[in-house]
Unconditional design. Structure first.
Length: 203
């Protein structure tokens, strides 16, 4: 499986990082080895001084597709969860400045925290999914699926022009504003609506 991550999909987050607003989705990949599931702890790597959380809605692909039209894209995912796109911000900044790829900043072990997935039929309105992240009991990020610049259907259509989507692939759809640094012993808890999906420690 592959993990596809969309960058720059919420305007206030783009502004907080000082990036340009994209006209097409920007995406990058994380390998399967980046996954952390079942609320296992996240181990802070020693190669970065600034590892930041980015809470994101994540969508699970349920069939193979290429050149998927936007109007059919909703039939290619069956479940939604919550993820953290952990980012070594200091390394990312260096990569961007030097025109290098981002993998050391984005694709390291543990950088793709994934909750359990909820069947999409269980949500009343997929275009109105509230989600938020608490750091040590205080809400630090909150967003709603309606605020995405590129919808999940647009993302699926766009990405599938370049790479075949396969069953079990997961798409991270970008983070709202409020990203910040984590430290050892932090507790992160995440919700979609009233459903608590993430609850893990940083070690
Ligand atoms: Mg992200």
């Amino acid at each position: 499986m592959k993990i596809i991550c969309i960058g720059r999909n919420y305007l206030p987050h783009i502004q907080e990082l000082g990036h340009k607003v994209p006209t097409e989705p920007t995406f990058f990949l994380k390998p399967e080895s980046a996954m952390v599931i079942r609320n296992r702890p996240f181990f802070l790597p020693d190669f970065s001084q600034q590892v930041e959380y980015e809470v994101e809605l994540i969508y699970r692909i349920n069939k193979v597709g290429k050149y998927i039209q936007e109007k059919y894209a909703h039939t290619y995912y069956d479940a939604i969860g919550l993820g953290i796109d952990f980012t070594a911000r200091d390394l990312q900044r260096n990569c961007i400045e030097n025109g290098n790829p981002w993998e050391i900043a984005k694709a390291f072990d543990g950088s793709a925290v994934m909750s359990q997935f909820i069947d999409k039929e269980e949500f009343d309105d997929l275009n109105n999914l509230d989600f938020h992240l608490d750091l040590n009991g205080k809400t630090v990020q909150s967003g709603n699926s309606s605020e995405m610049i590129f919808t999940i259907d647009k993302i699926i259509s766009y990405v599938s022009q370049f790479m075949t989507l396969k069953m079990g692939d997961v798409i991270y759809t970008g983070t709202p504003k409020g990203v910040g640094k984590v430290a050892i012993n932090d507790r992160l808890e995440g919700w979609i609506g009233e459903r608590k999906l993430l609850n893990f420690r940083v070690k």
